[in-house]
Ligand binder design. Sequence first.
Ligand code: SAM
Length: 255
Amino acid sequence: MRSNTNVARRLDFDRDAAGYTVGRQDADPATIRSVLSCSPSVHDVLEIGAGTGQATLALAAEGRRVVALEPGKNMAAELRRRSGTRKISVVTSDFESYAPDRTFDLVCSFDAYHWVRQPAGTRKVAGLLRAGGHLALAWSFRILAHEADQDRANEVFAAAEPDFARTWPTFERDSLRAIHEGQLETVESGPFDLVACFAQRRETTVGPDGYADFLASLANGDSVTADLRAKLRRVLHSDCGLRDLTIVSVYEKRP
Ligand SMILES: C[S@@+](CC[C@H](N)C(=O)[O-])C[C@H]1O[C@@H](n2cnc3c(N)ncnc32)[C@H](O)[C@@H]1O
């Protein structure tokens, strides 16, 4: 995913941190294990844009020490609450202002790296990694699992927020294209080679409110009004499938 130039929206998630936890699923532990298996000895991890811990908790559950950067004060507080006694150090900061006196084995970011200013961001990542360290960037794309559900939802979005619409025939192609553009941006910034890319799919069942909760967790989630929720409730079945396509790119720091 290329960097997002609409930086004014990057703290929008902080308006409802608890709602973010409800709307987003935690990362699939299998995805986290696949990321960790790309790099031989990962003890210390820096996570950029940790949100309320969607990937952080799973990284810590795999026994890694995690420094979780999260600029939103409410998001960071919710992440601290969810972290409990795990080995997670939450730092309330954006990546651009973070200046540690140490290096990491792995820098990773889930659904957040497009908010980091480029190309300076990727050069800074390289400076924070030990020799041979890795950068793992993941994004999840979501669509209603049944095309007819998505088509009915798209009719609702046409009048409310066209950006929410997804098209079944082009969903995977559009997702891969967005990832490919971001890979070019990352490699062109200089210090990294792309060494692995993998995709994982999973399907969960959500009610129409679950889908609205997910939409509300997006940067433009303030478009999810009570009226939009009511309309989604009318057109979707009480239980509908949500498909999640997560694509991970792993880069190695050049010698
Ligand atoms: C879509 S959320 C992703 C949260 C979580 N990682 C997940 O997988 O759901 C993006 C997060 O990036 C954070 N963020 C935005 N700009 C950032 C920056 N420059 N540096 C670090 N984090 C940033 C936001 O506060 C937000 O919590």
